[in-house]
Design a protein around this ligand. Sequence first.
Ligand SMILES: [Zn+2]
Length: 98
Amino acid sequence: MISPELLEILRCPLKPGDAKLRLVGDCLECERCALRFLIKDGFPVLVIEEALLPSGCESLGDLPCQKEEAENEAAAGTFQIHPRNTGMERGEIHGASE
Ligand SMILES: [Zn+2]
């Protein structure tokens, strides 16, 4: 059986920061994306490839945990472009003042 102490530290592999898991029947279910992980021989199998998708969800990309991760990556991409723009602006200002 999964002990409450273990349950307390387990997190959804898609969102390890704050998505807790809860015991539902013979599975652990993510409180955020409802992805279900099987428990084999008393040990939870926290492998995304073996997890059961919630009904109505056809791919991992539709899950809330997965979506947030994708949005974070997009935001990081925007941030990388930023310093280059600043450099160009500085060059333009310098050229105009001469
Ligand atoms: Zn999740």
